[in-house]
Design a protein around this ligand. Structure first.
Ligand SMILES: Cc1cc2nc3c(=O)[nH]c(=O)nc-3n(C[C@H](O)[C@H](O)[C@H](O)COP(=O)(O)O)c2cc1C
Length: 357
C-alpha cells in the first residue's frame, strides 16, 4: 500500500525577510540551525511546486504546462525515516515511491520534458531547464530560511521523452556559520513573496525609478558578498550576464546597458531609443513592447539555462518587493537580440514596469 503523508497547510511566516534570505544564500551562512519537520517540509515543497488559490503555481511555467516533479528523499535525516516521496501539489501531500533507489537526505527535481516539447518543439527543452532553475531557487531560499544549507548538483541537462532526474539538492550536515553582519531595511517576508509572485504583462505609463531597477538587479544577480551572488553556483561557477534595454527609466538615458554584478552599476553599451527594435525582436509581445525597461539574460552552455531560471526567479520575487511587475519571456528572435545586446546566447527577456491598475 502506498503511504501518503498529508502536509500541513502552507502558513507564511513574518520572518525571514526576502532580502535577508538572499544575503544569507549569497554568503553561504545559515539563518538559524534547525531540523526539518513536517512544517518545514510543507513550506519547502510548496515553495518549489506549490499550487496557489487561483490555480497557478509558486513558479512560472511556459504555457502553464508545469512539467516538473519534486521528490523528497530521506536516508534517515527527515522525521519520516528512510524512503522517497513524490510531492503532489494538488493535495499538498507526499506519496511514497515504491522503489526509491539510492537514498540521500534532500530533494530531487525531475522533468517530463515531452509535455513542453509537444507544445514548443526543441525550444521546449530550454524552457524546461529554465523552469528547473525557478524551482531550485525557491527551494534553496526556503531551505536557507529554515537554517538548512544545501548543495545543488545537476544530474542531467539533456532531457528525453521519459521523466528525467535533472537536479539533486543535498542537505549539508555541517553546522554552518550563523548569518550575521548585514544591515537591512525591513523587506517583505520571503513566504509572502512566494505567494505574491505572478506574471505581469500590462504596465502603467509611469517610468521605472533607476534605484528600483538597480535594486532588482543587485538582489537578483549582484555579488552581495565577495564572489557570492544570491543563488547557488552551478557546476562551480556563474555564467549568466544581464543587459538592460531602457526606454523609460527615471534618471537614465534611453539605451542599452550592461549590468556589472561587482560594482552593481549599469555600463552604457549604446545610447538611443531601441524600444521598437526590441518589440519586433520579441515577436511583438505587448509586455515587452510597452515595458519601461527590459532585462535580457544570457549565458553559454545548457547549465546557464538553469542559472538564468535561478536569476529570473529572484527577479520575480524582487519585483514583488519593489511593487514592480515582470514576466519571464522565452520566445524571441535569437539573432536580433544578440545583435542588439551583444549577448552571444540570449536566454530570457524580463520586462519590468509598475503594474497597470
Ligand atoms: C520558460 C518560460 C518561458 C515563458 N515564455 C513566455 C513568453 O514568451 N511570453 C509570455 O507572455 N509569457 C511567458 N512565460 C510566462 C508563463 O506564461 C506564465 O508563467 C504562466 O502563464 C503562469 O503564470 P504565472 O507566472 O502568473 O504563474 C514563460 C514562462 C516560462 C517559465
Amino acid at each position: 500500500m502506498v503511504v501518503v503523508i498529508k502536509l500541513p497547510k502552507f502558513t507564511p511566516r513574518e520572518r525571514p525577510w526576502l532580502r535577508e534570505t538572499l544575503w544569507c544564500l549569497a554568503s553561504g551562512a545559515v539563518l538559524q540551525a534547525g531540523p526539518c519537520g513536517v512544517d518545514c517540509l510543507s513550506r519547502v515543497a510548496f515553495s518549489a511546486q506549490g499550487l496557489l488559490a487561483d490555480g497557478r503555481r509558486t513558479i512560472p511555467s511556459a504555457g502553464g504546462i508545469y512539467p516538473l516533479h519534486l521528490y523528497v528523499l530521506s536516508a534517515g535525516g527527515f522525521s519520516m525515516g528512510e524512503g522517497a516521496w513524490r510531492y503532489d501539489p494538488l493535495s499538498h501531500s507526499l506519496e511514497e515511491v515504491e522503489e526509491p533507489g539510492d537514498l540521500f537526505d534532500g530533494f530531487l527535481v525531475t522533468a517530463e520534458a515531452r509535455r513542453t516539447y509537444a507544445f514548443y518543439g526543441e525550444r521546449g527543452y530550454r524552457y524546461v531547464r529554465l523552469e528547473v532553475g525557478h524551482a531550485l531557487q525557491n527551494l534553496l531560499l526556503s531551505l536557507t530560511s529554515h537554517g538548512l544549507p544545501a548543495s545543488v548538483e545537476m544530474v542531467a541537462l539533456e532531457l528525453s521523452d521519459r521523466e528525467t532526474p535533472c537536479a539533486r539538492v543535498t542537505l549539508r550536515r555541517e553546522a554552518g556559520a550563523p548569518c550575521r553582519g548585514f544591515q537591512l531595511e525591513p523587506s517583505i517576508a520571503l513566504d509572502r513573496a512566494f505567494l505574491e509572485r505572478r506574471s505581469v504583462r500590462e504596465y502603467a505609463k509611469k517610468s521605472v525609478d533607476l534605484e528600483a531597477l538597480l535594486r532588482v538587479l543587485k538582489w537578483s544577480l549582484g555579488e552581495l558578498t565577495p564572489g557570492g551572488r544570491p543563488y547557488p553556483r552551478l557546476q562551480g561557477g556563474y555564467r549568466v550576464e544581464a543587459v538592460v534595454v531602457a526606454s523609460r527609466v527615471k534618471g537614465l538615458e534611453k539605451g542599452v546597458y550592461a549590468f556589472n554584478p561587482r560594482s552593481m552599476e549599469l555600463e552604457p553599451l549604446r545610447l538611443g531609443d531601441y524600444a521598437d527594435e526590441l518589440c519586433s525582436i520579441s515577436l511583438r509581445q505587448y509586455c515587452v513592447c510597452r515595458a519601461p525597461a527590459t532585462v535580457v539574460l544570457g549565458g553559454e552552455g545548457l547549465v546557464s539555462e538553469v542559472e538564468a531560471g535561478l536569476v529570473a526567479q529572484n527577479m520575480y520575487l524582487n519585483a514583488v518587493q519593489e511593487s514592480l511587475g515582470t514576466v519571464a519571456v522565452g520566445a524571441f528572435e535569437d539573432e536580433g537580440l544578440s545583435a542588439l545586446t551583444g549577448i552571444e546566447r540570449p536566454l530570457y527577456l524580463l520586462p519590468l514596469g509598475y503594474p497597470a491598475r
